[in-house]
Design a protein around this ligand. Structure first.
Ligand code: NAG
Ligand code: NAG
Ligand code: NAG
Ligand code: NAG
Ligand code: NAG
Length: 336
């Protein structure tokens, strides 16, 4: 009986922490430092209350692998000089409006590996200096239109979420790198990409995107890296990809059309089907990466014409007179 009671008491104690909000005050940084790391792993939320004299000079705050569940107004009130904020690998589900309203100097925000499902229009509204935002590995389903419009984002990581649409920007963005890999995105069009005039790197690996219409990249004339690995994409547009340097198409088993002639700057392709190798007219090497053009005599790859034995020019689209599966890695014995 005593044992039983003790067991129940233990059970209550061990369950108790998650049911009650435990705010932790942001501590004073060590002497001569402006960097704070929160190691107390019983905090469920953060607090930063005036007087601010001990914390107002903090420039970097780290609280990764915490038990923080909620971010709310007052979490960062004093931290007006904050530039870097790491809140990754925690239990964050909710970011209340105005949480970030005093962080106008923040440049890097890592919220990756949390459980955030939704971003409201005003969630990040005040982060006017934000350049780098990581929201990867959350359960994101919805991002309000224009949610990132007031930011200066150059890098936006949205990979490993549940997004069916890519976020809509209403104003021209500064985004250089956009990652929406591992999301059930089905459709992407010129309207969603049209504001990213600076875009150089677009990662769409393992999305459900089937189609990239001609004209989709009309305003993305700086695009250099395009990752379409493991997508059901069936063709690539020829227009507006003159700057493309690197193309990733491993596992794109429906891709029948690669207008290689339009890709004037292509220097590297990552692929795993001899069929694609033939389309690109380059050699399949041990890494499944092929050089398509010489770059620099000493450092860059050199032209390697597609190895004939890998090429079967009789491939036909399914339903016609297909005799061979073009996506079977024929003749490739050394690698996967
Ligand atoms: C850790 O945070 C909890 C909850 O706010 C608090 O009760 C506890 O005193 C803190 N522990 C330390 C060592 O600061
Ligand atoms: C802290 O900075 C002051 C002034 O810059 C310097 O004199 C002092 O030695 C530093 N203290 C430590 C512990 O680094
Ligand atoms: C911060 O302000 C409080 C209240 O005004 C004061 O008691 C404390 O000594 C100050 N601390 C420092 C480090 O200036
Ligand atoms: C922002 O700072 C001002 C004063 O500096 C304060 O009155 C306001 O409550 C702060 N807002 C938030 C959401 O912390
Ligand atoms: C592309 O840019 C032009 C010029 O800024 C703009 O008028 C047009 O709406 C943009 N296209 C798309 C599809 O957003």
């Amino acid at each position: 009986m005593m044992k039983m009671l003790r067991f129940m008491l233990l059970l209550c104690l061990s369950v108790a922490p998650s049911t009650k909000a435990k705010p932790c005050s942001i501590p004073e940084p060590p002497k001569n430092s402006t960097v704070v790391t929160i190691t107390n792993d019983s905090c469920t939320t953060l607090e930063s209350k005036p007087p601010c004299n001990t914390t107002q000079h903090i420039t970097e705050l780290h609280a990764p692998h915490s038990k923080i569940e909620t971010l709310k107004p007052g979490s960062f009130t004093c931290l007006k000089k904050l530039k870097t904020l790491y809140l990754d690998n925690s239990l964050i589900t909710t970011i209340q409006p105005e949480t970030f309203s005093n962080l106008t100097n923040l440049e890097i925000l890592d919220l990756g590996h949390n459980s955030i499902t939704q971003i409201e229009e005003n969630t990040f509204f005040d982060l006017k200096s934000l350049i780098d935002l990581k929201l990867n590995n959350n359960g994101l389903r919805k991002i309000a239109d224009g949610a990132f419009d007031e930011l200066k984002l150059a890098n936006l990581e949205l990979d490993y979420n549940k997004l069916e649409e890519i976020p809509l920007f209403k104003k021209p963005s500064h985004i250089i790198s956009l990652d929406i890999s591992y999301n059930p995105v089905k459709k992407i069009d010129a309207e969603t990409l049209g504001k990213h005039y600076e875009l150089e790197s677009l990662h769409m690996k393992k999305t459900d995107i089937r189609e990239l219409r001609n004209g989709i990249f009309i305003n993305n004339t700086k695009l250099q890296i395009l990752d379409l690995q493991n997508t059901p994409i069936d063709s690539l547009p020829g227009a507006d990809l003159e700057s493309l340097r690197k193309l990733f198409i491993k596992g794109a088993t429906e891709l029948w059309e690669i207008p290689i002639i339009s890709f004037k700057s292509l220097i590297m392709a990552s692929l795993n089907y001899p069929f694609h190798c033939c389309l690109i007219r380059a050699e399949y090497d041990s890494y499944g990466e092929v050089a398509t053009q010489p770059t620099h005599p000493n450092t860059g790859p050199t032209i390697k014409p597609c190895v004939k034995k890998h090429c079967n020019y009789n491939y036909r689209r399914p339903g016609t007179t297909a005799t061979t599966d073009p996506f079977h890695p024929l003749g490739v014995t050394k690698h996967q």
